[in-house]
Design a protein around this ligand. Structure first.
Ligand code: URA
Ligand code: CA
Length: 433
């Protein structure tokens, strides 16, 4: 078999067989196929598409390109995954919520890239917290605490790491079969039997239209179910940041305050509760949605979920006192407010623009190797549909550089559209169970 022929076949729009896709992944990971041929293949797949069978083959080949975690000693274990967004801190709520209801969580998370944030970066803003657990420690922690959150080790899904870097540099990220196989290969290799997907839609998501987001969700759910995993997805809004806080430490503080009951929780809590309720139902711990919401409400009111977050933090070497005292979290040196210059209704938000603005403050990476400033970011005080009066505070900004504090204001104000009326976005647009 020759890679040249496989590229040619896909370039001309033909369907590839299982052996051809498996050959590409095996030989590429072994270093026998150069990046230029892999790039050409990925671009051909991006343009001509991959059908359901081809996508499933690619996913399985990638999932088996390295180690596959064996979590069988843990019994029923769940994982959740978001396709990526801004102020999308649901994992920090879902993991302690469902774990405190008795469902084990084996969460493998990623870092932020581009305009989106990543759970690993957020967790690293907690003093002392480690997010690189070896497999034995990961499993032992889930047994003892009920949940662990770690980055992926190099041995899991090397094919995805290699292909993702290529895609990032060759304008081939936003393809349904490529995203679906990338995410699902990692979820399958991570070993959990229950996979809860949160597919984002809107201008802050990788898939901007509802139609594309639904197709991505359907593809991923089918791949998961066909691989013997119980898989479900919701499609949730990313046309504005999900939480109010954008920036690593600020997002952790918001999650803690929600679990403390100090803040209402808004859309962020609503999505986290929906995901948690579905996970409890898929595991059989809750018989129906009403029962699941009842259990979750109790976990919140009794602060069991807050305590569980503290246990997860402590188990991973972090200072768990942060769950009672968020002043122990890193704080930026300078703060400033951005106020409204006109009155009206907040009618639209450039959510991607807000994600990029926080990156400019230092909270995100332009390249994978870049280091980031965990304390910077902003709190958005208004949501789409809210009435704004002149001089109302729109953003509280946290920065470590006075010039950036000033320059980001123009960027932030440019991301808001104020009009006479607005249509509130639907928060949870659909679900595939
Ligand atoms: N997240 C992933 O892990 N892979 C993609 O391709 C896109 C988002
Ligand atoms: Ca992510």
């Amino acid at each position: 078999m020759r890679m040249y022929d496989i590229i040619l076949k896909k370039r001309d729009g033909h369907k590839l067989g299982h052996e051809e896709i498996a050959f590409f992944i095996t030989e590429y990971v072994a270093g026998h196929i150069p990046d230029y041929q892999a790039s050409a293949f990925i671009m051909a797949a991006f343009i001509c598409g991959l059908d359901t069978e081809e996508t499933a083959c690619l996913t399985n080949a990638m999932a088996n390109s390295g180690d596959v975690a064996d979590l069988s000693s843990l019994g029923t274990v769940a994982d959740k995954h978001s396709t990526g967004g801004v102020a999308d801190t649901t994992t920090l709520l879902v993991a302690p919520l469902v774990a405190s209801c008795g469902l084990k969580v084996a969460k493998m998370s990623g870092r932020g890239l581009g305009h989106t944030g990543g759970t690993l970066d957020k967790l690293e803003s907690i003093p002392g917290m480690t997010v690189s657990l070896e497999m034995d420690a990961f499993i032992a922690q889930i047994k003892r605490v009920g949940a662990a959150i770690t980055g992926q080790t190099m041995r899991l899904c090397p094919a995805d790491k290699m292909l993702y870097s290529l895609r990032d540099l060759t304008a081939t990220v936003d393809s349904i079969p490529l995203i679906a196989s990338s995410i699902m290969s990692k979820k399958i290799a991570s070993g959990a039997g229950i996979i809860m997907l949160d597919v984002k839609t809107g201008n802050g998501a990788f898939m901007e239209t509802l139609e594309d987001s639904k197709a991505l969700a359907r593809t991923m759910v089918d791949i998961g179910n066909n691989s013997g995993k119980k898989t479900a997805a919701i499609i949730s809004d990313m046309s504005q940041p999900l939480g109010c806080a954008v920036g690593n430490a600020l997002e952790v503080i918001e999650a803690i305050e929600i679990l403390q009951g100090e803040t209402p929780g808004g859309d962020l809590l609503a999505v986290a509760l929906k995901l948690s309720a579905l996970m409890l139902q898929m595991s059989g711990i809750a018989q129906n949605e009403t029962a699941a919401f009842y259990m979750l409400d109790e976990a919140l009111c009794t602060k069991r979920a807050l305590d569980k977050l503290g246990e997860i933090i402590a188990a991973q070497g972090g200072d768990s006192r942060v769950i009672r005292d968020t002043s122990l979290m890193p704080r930026a040196q300078y703060t400033g407010n951005m106020t409204a210059t006109t009155s009206g209704i907040l009618s639209a938000v450039d959510c991607r623009g807000l994600g990029l603005a926080v990156q400019e403050l230092g909270a995100g990476r332009a390249k994978k190797e870049d280091s980031i400033d965990l304390s910077v970011g902003f709190i958005m005080k208004k949501r789409i549909g809210d009435r704004i009066e002149k001089d109302d505070i729109l953003f509280e900004i946290y920065a470590n550089d006075k010039n950036k504090l000033i320059s980001v204001k123009q960027k932030l104000i440019g991301c808001l559209k104020i009009a006479d009326s607005a249509k509130k976005p639907v928060l949870i647009c659909d679900s595939i169970l």
